[in-house]
Design a protein around this ligand. Structure first.
Ligand code: VGL
Ligand code: ZN
Length: 197
């Protein structure tokens, strides 16, 4: 089997002091750096939004961060402005090793958010990652990074649904945990056949 590590969104804005800080988000950096040499391929994802993105509360008059809205594709959490293309907040954590094989950017379409590394939140627009992995003969995936209950969760469930053998290293993930979202994410990943370690 060819086994890839997918490092999800270990970016400055998701770490303490960032615009959408995940509690203890920076503590995933050392374990992720340490596990990289164990894999045949290392892929990093980068949340990469244009200014004024539709997932930002600031783009919806009268809405505050962490409230919900209805998008044409369904319910969507509204976030503080974060990971704006080319800003310091969108950069990888300064201590993260970024000498992997591929950096995949997502969330760049103004009207659609993208938690998953495989499909945007409309659940149909592909990012191209599936084709990249298949053409390299990669069939096994380990995921780590931020945030357990959003981008890691949706990436893991999509990967399992696409037929990859998927493990999530929970020791190298941290969660936002909005209204029970961590518990729901763990249940959804288990139900999808994702191994949680
Ligand atoms: C993420 C919320 C908004 C994540 C990205 O990386 O989990 N969460 N954008
Ligand atoms: Zn985002």
């Amino acid at each position: 089997m060819t086994h890839a590590l997918i490092v999800i969104d270990v970016q400055t804005d998701f770490c303490p002091g960032g615009a959408l800080a995940v509690p203890d988000g920076d503590t995933v950096v050392d374990p992720i750096n340490a596990m990289m040499p164990e894999f045949d391929a290392v892929i990093l994802t980068q949340d990469w939004h244009p200014a004024g993105h539709s997932s930002f509360a600031s783009s919806h008059p009268g809405k505050a961060p962490f409230e919900m809205t209805e998008m044409p594709y369904g319910p969507q959490v509204l976030w503080p402005d974060h990971c704006v293309q080319g800003t310091r907040g969108a950069a990888f954590h300064p201590r993260l090793r970024t000498d992997g094989d591929l950096i995949l950017r997502k969330g760049f379409r103004p009207a659609i958010d993208s938690y998953s590394a495989f499909f945007e939140n409309d659940q149909s627009t592909p990012t191209g990652l599936e084709g990249y992995l298949r053409s390299r003969g990669i069939d096994r995936l380990t995921l780590a990074g931020l945030a357990t209950d959003f981008c890691v969760h949706f990436s893991a469930v999509d990967a399992a649904r696409l037929g990859f053998e998927v493990t999530v290293r929970l020791d190298a993930c941290r969660a936002i945990d909005l209204d029970g979202s961590l518990q729901a994410a763990l249940q959804a990943m288990e139900k999808a056949g994702v191994a949680l370690t």
